[in-house]
Design a protein around this ligand. Structure first.
Ligand code: UD1
Length: 398
């Protein structure tokens, strides 16, 4: 679109016209800002993995200043500097325009705070599009408040399903997908899930993986970090561990996991950057937290150091979602300590193996990882560093 050329009528307004059966909950309908020739995109981030998913979109939008304006809202769900600021700095993400400072709490408290504090921002900004990445509580809350105000919502990483509603993220995904207008997917099975749930084909855009865009952008900077030697281990001779899900760390399984890690560390060095939630649970349970030499229990580390550490490791043991994708892209074998995954493509094509929520299996990691190494694997289609550009193109056409 040429600068200065009047913008098309707002997407939210057009959607409203098309769906007169969808009555607004509010007695008034919020319309996009007056036509300025530029589309306003407002993105909502809250937690560590959200930053990597939005950073390339922010950068792609910034390259088209005549067509787009970007407003960044940080809910503050993650607030420690090593869970938040370090990522914004390393990824070169602009200083957020708004910080909602919601902090920790129960799911209801956290979600309610995001909703209450985001609503006036949306009313003030009146964006053409609201982008929500991932599946965290901030995603759920932001998508709900934006959809109820009648703004066009785009869910980045739509359609993933673990079919396990005991995971808070599964509920967050289902709700975000149900209320979003634009569904950006990175795996073919996501389309099937969305169609089964009644979403329309024209809402679904297979664009690729924006988290992998970020990885592609920083890949050339990983070697210079010399992460392995800085963390006291040798290339290809150590494992990286991350565990933070409530199903594991809020239960007795945490004890089993730590014992198994201690045993395994007699054979292979382990670096375990510990999420604050996990550290708190270890403390609550009175379990030892000291670094025992071969088992390195360290503070959370930044994005570049983490990827650099993973890239030269012999393998990863995790319960994270995103790390299953990053290891698949890097070709590093990964054992996922969960009963299911919402990212099956990382198993069918990539280097991931979902071994169940049975941490006693950690002691078998070397053999299990060797089995993955002997398998053929490849990077899924469209995990190519250009997903964000495709998203921006869709926004342009919408
Ligand atoms: C959240 C997401 C999870 C995601 C993870 C990535 C939900 C439901 N969960 O989990 O999907 O994989 O982020 O890291 O949204 N804490 C701090 N400092 C912080 C943030 C958290 O100390 O900056 C501690 C607090 O004790 C807090 C606990 O970690 O109570 C859990 O934080 P919370 O944001 O509720 O969920 P995560 O476990 O981080």
């Amino acid at each position: 679109m040429d600068a200065g050329k009047p913008c098309q009528r707002g997407y939210a307004a057009r959607l409203h016209d098309q769906r007169s059966d969808r009555r607004p909950v509010y007695s008034f309908r919020i319309m996009p800002a007056p036509m300025t020739g530029r589309r306003k995109v407002l993105s909502v981030v809250g937690t560590r993995p959200n930053f990597m998913k939005i950073a390339p979109i922010a950068s792609a939008l910034a390259k088209r200043p005549d067509e787009f304006e970007h407003v960044l809202v940080h809910t503050g769900q993650h607030y420690d500097s090593d869970m938040s600021e370090i990522f914004l700095d390393e990824l070169g993400v602009e200083e957020p325009d708004y910080r909602l400072g919601v902090g920790s709490g129960t799911h209801a408290q956290q979600s309610a705070r995001v909703m209450e504090r985001l609503e006036p921002v949306l009313l003030n900004q009146r964006p053409d599009f609201v982008l929500v990445p991932g599946d965290v509580n901030s995603t759920l809350a932001a998508s709900l408040v934006a959809a109820k105000l009648g703004f066009a919502v785009g869910h980045v990483e739509a359609g993933l399903r673990s079919f396990d509603r005991t995971m808070p993220e599964e509920i967050n995904r289902i709700v975000a997908d149900a209320v979003s207008d634009l569904l950006f997917i990175h795996s073919p099975e996501a389309r099937e899930h969305l169609l089964t749930e009644g979403r329309r084909e024209e809402q679904i855009h297979y664009v690729g993986n924006t988290m992998i865009d970020t990885l592609v952008a920083v890949r050339g900077r990983l070697r210079e970090r010399a992460a392995a030697s800085r963390f006291g281990v040798s290339d290809r001779d150590y494992l990286v561990v991350t565990l933070h899900r409530p199903a594991l760390v809020d239960t007795d399984l945490l004890h089993t996991a730590l014992e198994a890690l201690e045993t395994l560390s007699r054979d292979v060095a382990i670096v375990f950057p510990m999420h604050p939630r996990t550290r708190a649970r270890v403390r609550d349970a009175g379990l030892p937290l000291e670094d025992s030499g071969a088992l390195k229990l360290i503070e959370p580390i930044g994005y570049l150091d983490f990827l650099a550490l993973v890239a030269t490791s012999a393998g990863v043991v995790t319960d994270s979602g995103g790390i299953q994708e990053e290891t698949t892209f890097l070709g590093v074998p990964c054992l996922t300590l969960r009963d299911n995954t919402e990212r099956p493509i990382t198993e069918s094509m990539g280097t991931n193996s979902v071994i169940g929520l049975r941490p006693e299996q950690i002691v078998e990691a070397p053999e299990l990882l060797a089995r993955i190494r002997s398998r053929k694997h490849r990077v899924p289609p469209l995990w190519d560093g250009h997903a964000a550009e495709r998203i921006v193109e869709v926004l342009m056409q919408s």
